[in-house]
Design a protein around this ligand. Sequence first.
Ligand code: ADE
Length: 239
Amino acid sequence: TPWRATVLTLFPEMFPGPLGVSLAGRALASGLWQIEARDIRASATDRHRSVDDTPAGGGPGMVLRADVLAAAIDAADIGPERPRLLMSPRGRPLTQAHVVELAQGPGPLIVCGRFEGIDQRVIDARGLEEVSIGDYVLSGGELAAMALIDACVRLLPGVMGKEASGAEESFSDGLLEYPQYTRPQLFEGVPIPEILTSGDHAKVAAWRRAQSEALTAARRPDLWAQIPPKAPNRPGRQK
Ligand code: ADE
């Protein structure tokens, strides 16, 4: 049984959306993964199919009802094995390590928040783990869920070609990617760095490593601080 994302949303028509094209879309069509978008509103019980109500204690906006969302989660009938995530800007910041872990499991249930929030009692009662994709606010969890799913799907066996295994890229070693070049050799008078066309693979690797390190130190001091300092050169045999 392939990796599967079960998405609970008020806008199931948003899926698969961008996940239906390109790398993820081809893998979806090949059966390498599955997506099930379920309408939370299908679990509403009253005449008007209402899913939200005014916040207790007052204030602006609307809050997703605990009873409706709990019924939607229960109706999805996922086993105890699958992670239960709630996309939310107050969640644990998503990292590549977390993505790798999710991609290695059976695939998560993902609740997409809307409105001003979700009744806290359903988050607690159904053990939802809140996940954020960054410190900015989207109008709903759907785009965040798609980002998380895309990051997982590209790591699934058979999705990426061998040339880009995912192991040798940004964040797997905690560094930003080195710059890439291709033809033409001369672009608006600027040549490709000479080392890259030298054919010396060891020199190329050392140059790329140095570029990655310089970029990471300059742009992402937070990541750079996590990189262990290089071991001092041990005295080697002199010639
Ligand atoms: N929903 C709204 N904003 C979000 C964010 N930054 N991350 C995850 N879910 C969200």
